[in-house]
Write a protein that binds this ligand. Structure first.
Ligand SMILES: [Zn+2]
Length: 224
C-alpha cells in the first residue's frame, strides 16, 4: 500500500492505488486503535504464523518461509512453502482477508476500506487461481483457527501430496498418527486438496486424532 501524493483544492491530499485502476483517498486514522491495526499490517510474522510454523517444524516438516513463487505472471510470497510438492500455505488475517466470521468494515473512512478490503480478497482469489493453474495447491488458514487443527490440515496435505509424487513409496511408520491422518486420503486426493473444510469440521476431526506426541512423527517427509 503506497500512498500517492496528489493535490486537490489547494491542499495536499493523499491517495492509495489499489491496483486495477482503483485509486481511493488515503484514510485519516480514526483513532489510535486504527493506527495500531494499520501498523500491524506490516509484512511481519503474525502470532498465528509463528505458532503454525513451529507446530509444523515440531512435527518434522521442513519448508520455506516467505519463499518467492512466480506463476502465470503472479509473484507471491506465501507464508509457508513446500517447494517439492508445490504446496503454498497462507495464514490469512481475519480483518485483511475477509473472514466471514470476524471481518468488520470500520465505520470511518469506508470509502477507503470497502474497496481496499475487496481488492485484498480479489487478489487472494487471483493468486489461488494462478497457483492452481501452475499445479500448486494453495491452502488458506484463518488467523482465528485453532493452531492444532490448522497444523493437522497442513500435515495431511503434505502427506497426501508427497505420496502422490511420481515414484513415491509411502513410508511405513509405526504408530497410528500417520494412518489416522492418511485416512482422509482414501476419499481421493482431488477431493482432499480441492476442498476447504470448515473450521468446525476440522475441530471435530482433530479431536479424533491422537494428540500424544509420537516419536515416529519425527520421521515425516522432508521438503528440501
Ligand atoms: Zn476469523
Amino acid at each position: 500500500m503506497t500512498p500517492i501524493a496528489g493535490t486537490s483544492t489547494g491542499s495536499v491530499e493523499r491517495f492509495v492505488n489499489l491496483g486495477r485502476g482503483r485509486v481511493v483517498p488515503y484514510p485519516e486514522p480514526s483513532s489510535d486503535a486504527a493506527t495500531k491495526i494499520g501498523k500491524a499490517n506490516r509484512r511481519v510474522d503474525t502470532k498465528a504464523e509463528v505458532l503454525l510454523r513451529s507446530s509444523l517444524h515440531r512435527r518434522g516438516l521442513r519448508f520455506r518461509k516467505d519463499h518467492l513463487v512466480r506463476v502465470s505472471g503472479v509473484r507471491v510470497r506465501p507464508d509457508i512453502v513446500f517447494t517439492r510438492i508445490k504446496l503454498a500455505v497462507f495464514v490469512d488475517g481475519c480483518f485483511w482477508h475477509g473472514c466471514p466470521d470476524h471481518q468488520h468494515i470500520p465505520k470511518r473512512n469506508r470509502e477507503y476500506w470497502v474497496p481496499k478490503l475487496l481488492a485484498n480478497v480479489e487478489r487472494d482469489r487471483r493468486v489461488d487461481a494462478a497457483l492452481a493453474c501452475a499445479g500448486w495447491v494453495a491452502e488458506r488458514i484463518w488467523e482465528h483457527e485453532e493452531n492444532d487443527c490448522a497444523a493437522d490440515r497442513v500435515q495431511r496435505l503434505v502427506y497426501a501430496l508427497t505420496d502422490a509424487l511420481p515414484g513415491s513409496t509411502p513410508a511405513e511408520l509405526p504408530g497410528t498418527r500417520r494412518e489416522d491422518l492418511l485416512d482422509v486420503r482414501h476419499d481421493g486426493l482431488g477431493e482432499l486438496v480441492g476442498q476447504r473444510r470448515t473450521f468446525s469440521e476440522e475441530r471435530r476431526q482433530a479431536q479424533a486424532v491422537e494428540r500424544n506426541s509420537d516419536p515416529a512423527a519425527q520421521d515425516l517427509p522432508v521438503d528440501a
